[in-house]
Design a protein around this ligand. Structure first.
Ligand code: CTP
Ligand code: CA
Length: 224
């Protein structure tokens, strides 16, 4: 991007990104998690900062370096992530890349659960808040709300219905039936109200730059 900060495409904008998995505690030593590496979300935060934006990155537990120029807030659980997303508003663009755990345990055990020779404990689950849906429906809705959808089948169809159901402007869909999770390449499809744009498979940081370019264009159109 341009060497002059004020000429960069997202100069003066606030971009909010969520990334990584969440951990839902079962007891003091155990949790429910998923395979998200956080790489794609961190790459988007880095690209948005390079494009001149002020970036808030709400990150689940991952061992990744904070990109240059990014304000990072670490969280563990979905409910903490929801709180920090709310605290970070207002924002011009929100990109919800995190693989938020869908369920948490209903009762957190204060002490480590023990076997004691008895039957395995039953884990009762309850649903976590949907951060993206609440953001889209909220009073402080960012101008551009973008969700991600990792799917193992019917990728585009699922993304289309998710876009509507969650009130997002775009859903960036990726097929995770291969070894995308944790890898450095990504193959994404941008689903908007106007159709689907298929990007070629490329490194996650290049996917991030391509998305950031399109975000800046979309914001400009809104403000025309
Ligand atoms: N998402 C969120 N809060 C949740 C669950 C999901 O903000 N509790 C966001 C994700 O960050 C992502 C988008 O919603 O941007 C889609 O997530 P996904 O897991 O694909 O959607 P779900 O509605 O949870 O559907 P599924 O049953 O396919 O997991
Ligand atoms: Ca989910």
């Amino acid at each position: 991007f341009d060497t002059e900060p004020e000429h960069r495409p997202l100069f003066g904008k606030h971009v909010l990104v969520t990334a990584g998995p969440t951990h839902e505690p079962i007891d003091p030593v155990r949790y429910i998690a998923n395979r998200s590496s956080g790489k794609q979300g961190f790459a988007i935060a880095a690209a948005a900062a390079a494009a001149g934006a002020r970036v808030t990155l709400v990150a689940g537990p991952v061992h990744l370096q904070t990109p240059r120029g990014v304000d990072r807030i670490n969280v563990e659980s979905a409910r903490e992530m929801a709180d920090e997303v709310r605290n970070a508003l207002p924002a011009d663009i929100a990109v919800m890349v995190a693989a938020v755990a869908d369920w948490r345990t209903k009762d957190f055990a204060d002490q480590k659960m023990k076997k004691r020779g008895s039957a395995p404990p039953a884990l009762l689950l309850e649903e976590n808040p949907d951060i993206l849906t609440n953001l889209s429906a909220g009073k402080k809705r960012p101008t551009l709300v973008i969700g991600f959808a990792a799917e193992t089948q019917d990728v585009i169809e699922n993304a289309r219905s998710k876009r509507k159901r969650k009130g997002a402007d775009w859903i960036v869909a990726n097929d995770v039936s291969g070894d995308v999770m944790g890898g450095d390449l990504n193959d994404v499809h941008i689903v908007t109200s106007r159709g689907v744009e298929d990007l070629p498979e490329m490194p996650k940081d290049q996917v991030a730059y391509a998305l950031v370019e399109r975000m800046a264009e979309a914001l400009e159109k809104v403000h025309e």
